[in-house]
Design a protein. Structure first.
Length: 285
C-alpha cells in the first residue's frame, strides 16, 4: 500500500490526464507505457469537471494498475456529484482493483446553475472524504496548497481546512504546483505546527513554454519568482530553448527540495513522457 511505501523511502509520482476522445486511448496507453518505464511509485489520473470524464479516468487508472502494475490514484471530484454517483464510481474503482483516490472538491461545472450549486451534497472535499471513509474501502489522498487555495481568506484558514481533511481520513497529500521552494518550506513548517502528520508530496510542474504561464497561474494561484520570469523573458520566444530551460528549472527545484529533506516528489507530467524522463534521469542518476 502507498502508506507503507512512504515510511521506507523517497517517492516519485506523476499526474496524467485521460484522453478527451475515445479514439485517443491507444496513444494514451502508449504514454502510460513510457511513463511506467520510469518506475514511479504511483500515478494519479485527473477527472473532468463534475465527473464529466469519470469513465475515461477509470479506464486509464485501470491500465496503470492492472497492466503496468503501478499503483493508480484516481481523482474524484464532488462539486457536481450526488452521493449515489460517488458510490457508483467507488464501486467501479473497486471492480478494477483500484484502492486509492485523490478526493477533491473540483471546479464548478460551467453549466451548473446557482440553485444546483447551493443544493450540492458536498460543500468541501473533507465532506466527501468523510462520506467515502464511512461508505467505501478506498484509501484517500487530499490536495494542499503551499500558497493557499485562491478562494481561502488566509493561509491560516487554508491550513485549518487541510487539518480537517486529515481528520476526515486523508492518508497523504499532494500539493498544488509551486515554483518558489521558500514558499514550500514555510508551508511545511506551518503545516507541522497545525498538526499535519501524514506525508506530503511536493507538486512540480515543468514550464516548457511561455504559454503555460497564463493558464497555470489562473488555475493554481501560484506566484512566479524572478528567476522563472527572467527565464521566460529570455527564452519565451525560442521554443526548444524554452523547453530545455524549463526542464532545467524543474530539475534544480527538485534537487533543492531533496537537499532540504523533501523526499516525496510529484511531477505534473502533462502526458509528456520524454520531458518527464529527462527530469527523472537527472534527479536520480
Amino acid at each position: 500500500m502507498l502508506q507503507n511505501m512512504f515510511e521506507h523511502k523517497h517517492t516519485l509520482s506523476f499526474e496524467v490526464f485521460p484522453p478527451k476522445k475515445d479514439g485517443d486511448f491507444v496513444s494514451a496507453f502508449q504514454v502510460m507505457d513510457a511513463l511506467g518505464k520510469l518506475s514511479p511509485d504511483f500515478i494519479s489520473v485527473t477527472y473532468g469537471a463534475g465527473g464529466s470524464r469519470a469513465g475515461k479516468t477509470i479506464e486509464i487508472a485501470s491500465y496503470i494498475q492492472n497492466t503496468l502494475g503501478i499503483d493508480a490514484v484516481a481523482h474524484m471530484t464532488c462539486v457536481g456529484s450526488r452521493k449515489e454517483s460517488l458510490l457508483e464510481v467507488a464501486a467501479r474503482l473497486k471492480e478494477q482493483n483500484i484502492s486509492h483516490c485523490l478526493a477533491l472538491r473540483g471546479d464548478r461545472p460551467r453549466d451548473m446553475s446557482d440553485e444546483q450549486f447551493a443544493a450540492r451534497d458536498f460543500a468541501h472535499a473533507d465532506d466527501m472524504m468523510r462520506f467515502l471513509k464511512e461508505n467505501t474501502d478506498l484509501h484517500i489522498a487530499g490536495a494542499c496548497y503551499p500558497e493557499k487555495h485562491f478562494e481561502s481568506f488566509s493561509m491560516e484558514s487554508d491550513l485549518n481546512h487541510m487539518k480537517r481533511k486529515q481528520d476526515a481520513g486523508a492518508e497523504f497529500f499532494i500539493s498544488q504546483l509551486f515554483f518558489d521552494n521558500d514558499y514550500y518550506y514555510s508551508f511545511l513548517e506551518k503545516a507541522g505546527k497545525k498538526g499535519i502528520t501524514v506525508p506530503i508530496c511536493a507538486g512540480i510542474m515543468p514550464i516548457t513554454s511561455a504559454g503555460q504561464i497564463g493558464t497555470t497561474i489562473t488555475l493554481s494561484g501560484s506566484s512566479i519568482p524572478r528567476a522563472l520570469s527572467n527565464l521566460i523573458a529570455t527564452y519565451g520566444d525560442k521554443k526548444e530553448d524554452m523547453r530545455k530551460a524549463g526542464i532545467d528549472y524543474a530539475i534544480r527545484q527538485i534537487r533543492d527540495l531533496q537537499e532540504n529533506g523533501v523526499n516525496d516528489i510529484h511531477i505534473y507530467a502533462m502526458n509528456k513522457p520524454k520531458m518527464t524522463a529527462e527530469i527523472v534521469s537527472a534527479i536520480y542518476r
